[in-house]
Design a protein around this ligand. Structure first.
Ligand code: NAP
Length: 286
């Protein structure tokens, strides 16, 4: 294993202005770790010349928070989603092997088919239902194939006080409306982006490499998650359960996508609950 050195040069943070990238930036600042931030469109991960220009140092660290994250949009242009989530991840991994760097990359619960009845282990069988899931699974395979030093973190249902996410959308809707209907037949694990960044840093520090799952503890449906948000933000709004069939979307979602976080918890201890992390985020919403 190549040890990660945070003192020899800046950590390269790709996608620093996305939801997770913003959390990572704050995490690195809190720890006084210097970082070199790059983001689209000035930096395009699908471009070989941009990749070649990254200031990588031997023994250093690259954190990739970029990606095609429009799940429904990927159905319309799977080739473009795969260029970024698949091919470009492979090219980044190869560049990191040449530079003897460690790369952190994020993947998703949507690589699984949702037919399980118990949490998906880190080596669970992949059978993505959507173009987005297939594009992320392609990136995972390319990362493994490179044979370099990597930490591949699967996560799910990200939220933060910033960016486009379910918590901010529901907080706005329940303030505006008397009733809101939310699907109650998809079950998973919400994840605070700030918790994810902090947990990833600790995993790196204790030497964990390879595949790992990081989420908040506990599980719920989107309806349960929305009801918890409304209870704090606008208790007078009625949140109603509905089925996925009532709200058809271009991309199929797994009905059950709870990730098994045992490997992360073996190094870090119990994950904080989604209720605790959600309360902390809601308290900071305007
Ligand atoms: N959000 C979730 O619920 C969730 C769940 C599981 C896993 N993940 C994974 O977690 C990671 C971070 O997700 P996120 O929600 O933080 O994403 P996000 O907020 O959508 O941020 C993605 C970032 O990637 C940038 N980007 C887009 N195309 C690029 C390109 N060609 N080259 C370089 N950067 C590009 C975006 O820039 P622009 O904004 O300018 O397009 C944006 O800054 C992704 O790998 C995602 O697949 C997310």
């Amino acid at each position: 294993m190549i040890p990660v050195r945070l003192d020899t040069g800046p950590v390269v943070l790709i996608g620093h202005d996305g939801m997770l990238g913003t959390a990572w930036r704050a995490e690195l600042d809190r720890a006084s770790i210097p970082h070199h931030d790059v983001s689209f469109p000035d930096f395009d991960l699908t471009r070989a010349d941009h990749l070649a220009g990254l200031p990588l140092v031997e023994g250093g660290l690259v954190i990739n928070c970029s990606g095609w994250t429009d799940v429904d949009g990927a159905e319309r242009d799977e080739a473009a989603a795969t260029r970024l989530n698949g091919d470009a991840v492979g090219a980044l991994a190869e560049r990191c092997v040449q530079a003897r760097c460690t790369v952190v990359h994020y993947s998703t619960d949507y690589v699984f088919d949702g037919e399980a009845t118990a949490p998906y282990p880190v080596d669970g069988l992949q059978r993505p239902l959507s173009a987005y899931g297939r594009s992320k699974a392609a990136g995972e395979r390319k990362l493994w194939a490179c044979g370099g030093s990597f930490l591949l973190v699967r996560t799910s249902w990200l939220y933060a006080p910033w960016g486009n996410n379910f918590v901010r959308t529901i907080a706005r809707l329940v303030r505006e409306r008397a009733t809101v209907s939310v699907v109650d037949d998809q079950r998973g694990r919400p994840t605070s982006a700030e918790h994810l960044a902090a947990a990833t840093r600790r995993l790196l520090e204790v030497g964990v490499r390879g595949n790992v799952h990081v989420t908040d503890a506990g599980e719920c449906t989107w309806f349960g998650f929305a009801a918890a948000i409304a209870a704090v933000v606008a208790p007078s709004c009625e949140v109603r359960p509905c089925s996925t069939a009532e709200f058809p979307r271009p991309a199929r979602r797994p009905p059950y996508s709870v990730l098994d976080v045992a490997r992360a918890e073996a190094s870090l201890g119990p994950m904080p609950t989604w209720q605790a992390n959600l309360a902390a985020v809601l308290s900071r919403l305007p």
